[in-house]
Design a protein around this ligand. Sequence first.
Ligand code: F6P
Length: 354
Amino acid sequence: NMRIGVLTGGGDCPGLNAVIRAVTKSLIQHGHGKGVEVLGILDGFEGLMGDTPRARPLVWDRVSGILHMGGTILGTSNSANPLKDEATLEQVRRNVRALGLDVVVAIGGDGTMSLAHGLQKIGLACVGVPKTIDNDIALCERSFGFDTAVATATDALRRVESTANSHHRVMIVETMGRHAGWLALESGIAGAADVILLPEIDYDLQAIIDRCREREQRQRYTIICIGEGAKPRGGEITVRERVAGSPDPVRLGGVGHVLRQQLQPHLKSEVRTTVLGYVQRGGDPTPFDRVLATRFGHHAAQLVIAGQLDRMVTLQDGRIGSVEIARVANTQRKVPPNHDLITMARDIGVCLGD
Ligand code: F6P
């Protein structure tokens, strides 16, 4: 007899349901007749934190027909912290016991991995599955959700080009990505941006002005793709500045509006900003992400079955494998400034803002 919990933590991401489906189906199929049960824990770790646990059995039919759906049927939360204090930890321990959980499969980003790692303290074993549209999880070259986000951002860049072209404007498109520039870089390249600004390369305003002016002289519009974590050389963007463009001071979004204010006084063309926000995190996963998420979910089930716990599934050199969760907890994978995509972008004339 074995009972396995499945939860999704952190921001929603295309492909979460594909993972839930693959883990559940693999475990049920493997455990047929052996008393294997799968429980879906609701709203991430929050489902284990209240006076009574919140969970639903995941049976075959419950996970059928969800492969292509965005979001997560289990719900998620990115503020729940089961490690907050001793009392919370004790509550989680009681809930885990009440549910009779042997292992929890935690699908989430670096925050969720840190929590999963920390729960070893109360003897709860986890298997991690990396999820993020930011593609910034250490030791994993690609997380599911990224391909979908790149596709959406690329489409947005293409659409914005209509207005850029018709009005001879400078159009700024701000992508998500937190402190990593993967999303801005790949969508910028795919969407033919003239300028790509990443958190990893502080931008020099003058270099961007020069590029826009040079294009203005040739009667051309300019498309700028900026990652939300980007900042000008020698100066952080203050929260106050960002809030002018974004309603939520704890979020990074809004740098696109700051850049617009910085650029406009120096240019003849009108400058406009579009912040993509949650649009790039929602919707159906691409076929690539459906396959990757299914591979991840399947592998997580294999780890559970083999008793290889406290590990996170990874993709390295195109192969599915796993690493100790401890190695990825609280770390982020950023774009190295000498990454071949950056060198290539420069070589084809894209301005990286430096
Ligand atoms: O990590 C995914 C992500 O979408 C980031 O790109 C972004 O900075 C953050 O989550 C936004 O989080 P929230 O859902 O809390 O606004």
